[in-house]
Design a protein. Structure first.
Length: 191
C-alpha cells in the first residue's frame, strides 16, 4: 500500500485522502498530506511512569546491528537488556491493517529499504501496539515513538512474527519542524 501511495504521488495522479487529513501543496505544486492536530494528552489520572519521562534513546543500528538466523542465532545480551525498558525511537510507520485509528503498526528505519524488493530482517522492525484506549493516524514522515520495549521471539501458528515489540504511549513527528504530528485518539478513561 505504501508503494502504491508513493507511486501515485510521483506520477501526480490523485490518491484517496483519509478522513481528517488535509493536503498542502508541495514545492512542485503536487499535494502532500499533513496530519491534523493530535488529541489532548491523557487525563491526569493516567500519568506516565517516571521512567517514561526520560526514555532510553534507541537506535535501529543497535537493533539491526547483528545478523539473525532463526533457530541458530541468540539475541545479543546488550539487546536483551533493553527488554522492559522505556525507550524513544524514530522511524517510519508501516500500517498493518488500516491507516485511520491505528492501534497496531510497524516501525521501520526506512521505508525505502523495505517493501521495494527484499523484506526487512525480523531484527530491523518493531511491531508496535498503542496503549489500550489510544489510536493514531498514519503519518508519512518520520515519527518519534515513546513506549515500553519488549525483546524476545514471538510466534503465531509456529511462525516467527517478531523479536521486538513496543507498547507505544506517544507518537509525535520527528525531525520535521514544519509538519504536524500524527493525531492520537483516546477512548474511555484517556482523554
Amino acid at each position: 500500500m505504501i508503494a502504491g501511495v508513493v507511486t501515485h504521488m510521483i506520477r501526480g495522479t490523485s490518491i484517496p485522502v483519509p478522513q481528517g487529513v488535509t493536503m498542502l501543496p508541495s514545492p512542485s505544486g503536487a499535494p502532500l498530506p499533513t496530519a491534523p492536530k493530535p488529541t489532548p494528552p491523557p487525563a491526569p489520572d493516567q500519568p506516565l511512569p517516571v521512567e517514561a519521562l526520560h526514555p532510553l534513546k534507541l537506535k535501529f543500528e543497535v537493533l539491526g546491528g547483528w545478523t539473525y538466523v532463526e533457530g541458530k542465532t541468540a539475541i545479543p545480551e546488550d539487546v536483551k537488556k533493553l527488554d522492559g525498558k522505556w525507550v524513544e525511537i524514530s522511524g517510519f510507520m508501516l500500517p498493518i491493517n488500516e491507516i485511520n485509528k491505528m492501534s497496531n503498526f510497524i516501525i521501520l528505519q526506512s521505508l525505502w529499504g523495505c517493501c521495494f524488493g527484499q523484506a526487512p530482517a525480523v531484527n530491523h522492525v518493531i511491531v508496535t501496539t498503542m496503549v489500550p484506549g489510544r489510536t493514531v493516524e498514519f503519518y508519512p514522515d518520520p515519527v518519534k515513538v515513546i513506549g515500553k520495549f519488549s525483546v524476545g521471539e514471538t510466534r503465531e501458528k509456529g511462525y516467527l512474527v517478531s523479536i521486538y515489540r513496543l507498547e507505544a504511549y506517544t507518537v509525535t513527528a520527528a525531525h520535521t519542524p514544519n509538519r504536524q504530528p500524527p493525531p492520537m485518539k483516546s477512548q474511555g478513561n484517556l482523554q
